[in-house]
Design a binder for this molecule. Structure first.
Ligand SMILES: [Zn+2]
Length: 236
C-alpha cells in the first residue's frame, strides 16, 4: 500500500492528463489516491450532501427544508465562506448536520503540492472548529480532484474522505423542477447524493433552485421507499 502511494506521488509529477486520469485523480470515488467513500450499504437508504456553502441565500432555505422534513444532511463547507457566514455554519451544526472540510478557497487540488494542500485543509479545519466548536471529521475535495498529498493531509487530520454516488449538475442554470427530476431518475440504494447550497467560486452565487427543489426531492425519495440517513453513519 505504501509502495502504491509513493509510486503514485512520483508519477503525478510527470503525469500527462491521460496519466492523471489513469491514477484516478479526476474520479471522485477512485481509491487509487487514497480511500474514499462513494456510496453507502445497498439498502433503501440515501445520504444528502451539500457542497460549497455556507451561502447567504440558499443555506437558510436548505436548513429550513431539512428541519421541516426531519432529514439529516452533510455540508462540505468552504473555509472562507464559513468566515463570511459563521451563524449559518453554527446553525447547521446545532441542527445535528455533519460539517465537512471542503478546503479554504475551493481550489482544485490535483496539481497542488504538499504545502498548498496542507494549508488549504488546515485553515479550513481551524475555521470550522473555531466557528462551530467542533472539529470536522470528513473531507470532500473540490470536484473530487485529489492526489497523494491530499491523502497525506486527510490522514494526518484523521478525516474520512467522501466522494458521491451521483450529482445532478444542479449548478447548471436549471430550475427546481428539473433538479427534482434529475434526482428522482438517479435514486438508487445507498446513494450519496451531491447537491450544492453554495457556489465554490462566487460567495453570492445563486443556489436557490436547489433549495426550492429539496422538499420535493425528499418527498419523491420517501414515496419510493427510501429513508434518509446521516453521513455520520459512514464515518467509521
Ligand atoms: Zn465544491
Amino acid at each position: 500500500m505504501i509502495g502504491t502511494v509513493v509510486g503514485a506521488a512520483t508519477a503525478v509529477g510527470a503525469a500527462t492528463a491521460a496519466g492523471a486520469a489513469a491514477l484516478g485523480i479526476y474520479y471522485p470515488n477512485a481509491s487509487l489516491v487514497g480511500p474514499v467513500v462513494g456510496r453507502g450499504p445497498r439498502r433503501r437508504e440515501l445520504y444528502l450532501t451539500f457542497d460549497d456553502g455556507p451561502n447567504g441565500r440558499a443555506t437558510p432555505a436548505v436548513l429550513d427544508a431539512l428541519d421541516e422534513a426531519g432529514v439529516p444532511a452533510a455540508f462540505f463547507m468552504v473555509g472562507n465562506f464559513v468566515r463570511r457566514h459563521p451563524a449559518l455554519a453554527r446553525r447547521a451544526t446545532e441542527a445535528g448536520h455533519l460539517i465537512g472540510n471542503h478546503t479554504t478557497t475551493h481550489v482544485k487540488l490535483h496539481w497542488s503540492g504538499p504545502r498548498r494542500i496542507a494549508s488549504e485543509l488546515d485553515r479550513a479545519h481551524a475555521t470550522i472548529a473555531d466557528v462551530t466548536g467542533r472539529a470536522p471529521l470528513a473531507f470532500r475535495a473540490p470536484h473530487g480532484y485529489r492526489n497523494p498529498f491530499v491523502s497525506r493531509a486527510t490522514r494526518r487530520l484523521g478525516y474520512r474522505t467522501f466522494g458521491w454516488t451521483f450529482g445532478v449538475w444542479d449548478s447548471d442554470p436549471i430550475d427546481a423542477a428539473e433538479i427534482r427530476r434529475r434526482v428522482r431518475r438517479r435514486l438508487r440504494p445507498g446513494a450519496i447524493i451531491l447537491l450544492h447550497d453554495g457556489d465554490g467560486y462566487d460567495p453570492d452565487g445563486d443556489r436557490t433552485p436547489t433549495a426550492r427543489a429539496l422538499p420535493d426531492i425528499i418527498r419523491d425519495a420517501r414515496e419510493a421507499g427510501y429513508r434518509f440517513r446521516p453521513l455520520t453513519a459512514l464515518l467509521d
